[in-house]
Design a protein around this ligand. Structure first.
Ligand code: KIV
Ligand code: ZN
Length: 512
């Protein structure tokens, strides 16, 4: 008997981006969207177009580029938001409007200051307005996990009558536990008379660490769309992790009555890309995509795996894309090979000028490092996340000194809006000295929230990828920089974050 299809709705570019510091540029969103399409995600929620012009442009660019996944735009239940989202997803081959309104007593009373009847009217009007502009409309009851069942039944029946095709039940604050959440889905599906006209979807947050468990319990109760993010990125403790949902359903086909169409071999690349772009590292023991997820340390386990792999492994590392960082290019590779590899990695360069600049950086790296892996190329291309127009600050040159018994010292030359500036500083280490020297030129007054270094590949000649998170006036930005010299990588990351602070648009969070 053929199984049901389980739709995978990825919201890394929208809910994932709502994590403080995870905001992405249009180019970064496009790169991730292309990887999600390659992974065969059914729906890509590309953003919240009414939040800012930048969000609008990013959703539109994703809608223009993606052909094999539905592209969704989020909007609150009002005509202005919906019209903006309709405009943004218009170029998509398959577009979707995802409109929502809060339905829990606390949200309706304290946040919306609306009566339940007013909320129903707004929801009906929103779905009707959206359906006039597009065929595919999803409706979400924000905070459904804490909403009254009778009220959910009323409002959902009404929006289905207005033509909603997908009904999403978010556990917005991550309050539910699996049995109770599954029962909620079951009740809604059985009590609402027109429930068979729609696809039931769930969207679980991870505040109690139960997002994946709740989503899977809901699937058992009939949900056929799961909203999730790569690496579980998202507001607060994040959303359900896509890789865990997909691999649980695939590995336990004896239990689940449905299957996804995901190309699982693309999972690790997607995870690394999202982690690299957002600067949110993946913990080593994270299921599926953590560095230790498939490594066996204890002697008994190693012995077992060597004798018969399935003694301790329920999945194969290669099925999720581990061990595929094949050697791609080297010092003697030419421009054509470089361009071809970029294409295979789904990285599109906008112009010959951008390609030439990237190729120059590739050659520079190949001189320092003989083996260039896909991860190196991804990091190399991340250097372009601030467009040349946004690149107010630029590292021109640097010199560092670190000697036993001496105070570490850094000297930096920086271009600020085309004007060269020099600075020197001492520090508790060379990285500290470099960042202090840059700050003495820029005087950003920002607060450093996070500094982290990761080796992109293995070996002591690996590039170090540095993430710097800065906060200023309520805004939080991440900067990344990669280099075989981690002090240079740190300086690049700091400058990248400063450029984002300088250029970044103000955005609105949809749920505020
Ligand atoms: O968590 C939530 O309720 C959401 C909705 C907008 C779907 O993100
Ligand atoms: Zn959410």
């Amino acid at each position: 008997m053929s199984k049901d299809h389980l739709y995978i709705f990825d919201t890394t570019l929208r809910d994932g981006e709502q994590s403080p510091g995870a905001s992405m540029t249009k180019e970064e969103k496009l790169r991730i969207a292309r990887q999600l399409e390659r992974m065969r995600v059914d729906v890509i929620e590309a953003g919240f177009p009414a939040a800012s012009n930048g969000d609008f442009e990013a959703v539109r660019a994703v809608a223009e580029a993606i052909k094999d996944s539905v592209v969704a735009g989020l909007c609150r239940a009002n005509e202005r938001d919906i019209a903006r989202a309709l405009e943004a997803v218009k170029p998509a081959k398959s577009g979707r409007i995802h409109t929502f309104i809060a339905t829990s007593p606390i949200h309706m009373e304290k946040k919306l200051r609306m009566t339940p009847d007013e909320v129903i009217i707004a929801a009906r009007n929103a779905v009707r307005f959206a359906r006039n502009g597009i065929g595919d409309v999803e409706f979400s009851c924000e905070d459904a996990g804490r909403s009254e069942l009778d009220f959910l039944c009323r409002i959902i029946e009404e929006v289905i009558k207005e033509g909603a095709r997908v009904i999403n039940i978010p556990d917005t604050v991550g309050y539910n536990v699996p049995e109770q959440f599954a029962e909620r889905i079951h009740q809604l599906r059985t009590r609402i008379p027109n429930s068979d006209k729609v696809i039931w979807s769930v969207h679980c947050h991870n505040d109690l660490g139960l997002a994946v468990a709740n989503s899977l319990a809901a699937v058992m109760a009939g949900a056929r769309q799961v909203e999730c993010t790569i690496n579980g990125l998202g507001e607060r403790a994040g959303n359900a992790a896509l890789e865990e949902i997909v691999m649980a359903v695939r590995t336990r086909q004896d239990v689940f009555p449905c299957e996804t169409r995901i190309d699982t071999t693309q999972i690790v690349s997607a995870s690394k890309m999202v982690s690299g772009i957002t600067g949110f590292p993946v913990q080593p023991n994270k299921a599926i995509v953590g560095a230790n997820a498939f490594s066996h340390e204890s002697g008994i386990h190693q012995d077992g795996v060597l004798k018969h792999r399935e003694t301790y492994e329920i999945m194969r590392a290669e099925d999720v894309g581990w061990n595929t960082n094949k050697l791609v290019l080297g010092k003697h590779s030419g421009r054509t090979a470089f361009r071809a590899r970029l294409k295979e990695l789904g990285i599109e360069v906008e112009s010959e000028q951008v390609l030439n600049a990237a190729f120059a950086r590739f050659k520079e790296l190949a001189d320092k490092k003989h083996e260039i892996f896909d991860e190196d190329i991804n990091a190399l291309m991340s250097d372009d996340v601030v467009t040349p127009e946004q690149e107010h600050f630029k590292l021109v040159s640097s010199r560092f000194r670190s000697e036993t018994g001496e105070t570490p010292f850094a000297e930096i030359t920086l271009s600020a809006g085309g004007v060269e500036k020099h600075a020197q500083s001492e520090g508790s280490g060379p990285v500290d000295a470099a960042l202090k020297a840059i700050e003495s030129v820029v005087s950003s007054g920002s607060e450093l929230l996070l500094y982290s270094v990761n080796a992109i590949t293995t070996g002591t000649d690996a590039q170090g990828e540095v993430t710097v998170r800065l906060s200023k006036g309520g805004r939080i930005v991440n900067g990344q920089g990669a280099d075989t010299d981690i002090i240079v990588a740190s300086a690049k990351a700091y400058i990248n974050a400063l450029n984002k602070l300088e250029a970044g648009p103000e955005r609105v969070n949809p749920q505020v």
